[in-house]
Ligand binder design. Structure first.
Ligand code: HEM
Length: 296
């Protein structure tokens, strides 16, 4: 994180330069101009992907995610299948390229690490391809939703926004409360390895169980006044899951959100949300497709 903090700050500043320019001509969509761009640039730069590929990769990530929805339609699954084939081609080619021209990027480093552990090169390439694909797919949408939700929820609570301006040290707590209040990911699924009883409910071996993250994050047995948005709450939530699958990218998502919020408070004190966000019709992965903002 320390090595990419500076470049995330630089990306946030550049995106706010563009936002400030465009706001002079009237309302603009914060979601497409900033929220979608910052995570794509952050993960793209970290993996050292060519910036000219970002628009295609973002579009493929949006289509691919339908596979992870609770009840995808046949046409959504078809979109997802097509995107998966293109992403597979892209990330397999990336692994081959990094084999030929290794550098100091994560994919080259993963190859070096796995080569020391496993003699079968094909198996190593397969593992690193899957890891690169997973890390990429997990990053842009989830974080974009966090960034737009953060701007929306704080605009809905102007007194808390004002309080944050004089308590910038509490920005990380505000990010956690946004994550708790409206998690970007609402479903975490597991398959029971054995017959189990959880919280008094019997679950048979091989049954799939969905943890509804939004409900858990608003559990009155765990949170005082769970429906109240409170940036001073020290929220412990399940938005990044728990246990061995705890989100690998949580520090990056937190860093992007804190960096952006701090830059917004400093540079755009008059920014206001002009209309409620427009959400994609999904259950598992929230996505804000539009968030109109005005002011500077
Ligand atoms: C606000 C943004 C994000 C949210 C809400 C989020 C949420 C989650 C959740 C809920 C899981 C666990 C799924 C499970 O338990 O089955 C997860 C896993 C994961 N996330 Fe994130 N994520 C975010 C950002 C990121 C970013 C930026 C990256 C990449 C840099 C990333 C990479 C991963 C990976 C690789 C896993 C799989 C970990 C494993 O299975 O061991 N995530 N994420």
């Amino acid at each position: 994180m320390a090595s990419i903090t500076h470049s995330i700050e630089a990306h946030a500043e550049r995106l706010l330069d563009r936002l400030t320019d465009e706001l002079r001509d009237g309302p603009v969509d914060f979601s497409s101009l900033v929220s979608e761009e910052l995570p794509m640039r952050s993960i793209g730069e970290w993996l050292q992907l060519p910036p000219s590929d970002y628009p295609l990769l973002l579009a493929l990530a949006h289509d691919q995610v339908f596979t992870q929805e609770l009840l995808p339609s046949a046409s959504q699954l078809a979109l997802s299948d097509t995107a998966t084939v293109q992403l597979e081609f892209y990330f397999r080619a990336l692994v081959q390229e990094r084999r030929k021209f290794p550098g100091d990027d994560p994919v080259s480093k993963w190859l070096r690490t796995w080569d020391e552990l496993e003699a079968d090169r094909e198996a190593v390439d397969e593992t690193v391809y899957l890891l690169a694909l997973l890390v990429f797919l997990a990053a842009p949408e989830t974080t974009a939703t966090l960034l737009s939700s953060m701007v929306w929820l704080l605009s809905e609570h102007p007194r808390q926004l004002g309080w944050l301006r004089v308590h910038e040290e509490c920005i990380p707590d505000a990010v956690e409360e946004v994550l708790r209040y409206d998690s970007p990911n609402h479903i975490i699924s597991r398959i029971a390895p054995d017959d189990l009883t959880i919280g008094g409910t019997r679950i048979e071996k091989d049954r799939m169980v969905h943890l509804m993250v939004g409900v858990a994050n608003h559990d009155p047995a765990h949170f005082v006044d769970p429906e109240v948005f409170d940036v001073r709450r020290k929220a412990s939530h399940l938005s990044f899951s728990g246990g061995i699958h705890y989100c690998l990218g949580a520090p990056l998502a937190r860093l992007e959100a804190s960096t952006l919020l701090s830059a917004l408070l400093r540079r755009l004190p008059g920014l206001q949300v002009a209309a409620p966000p427009v959400y994609a019709p999904r259950v598992g992965f929230r996505r804000i497709v539009e968030l109109r903002v005005v002011g500077t």
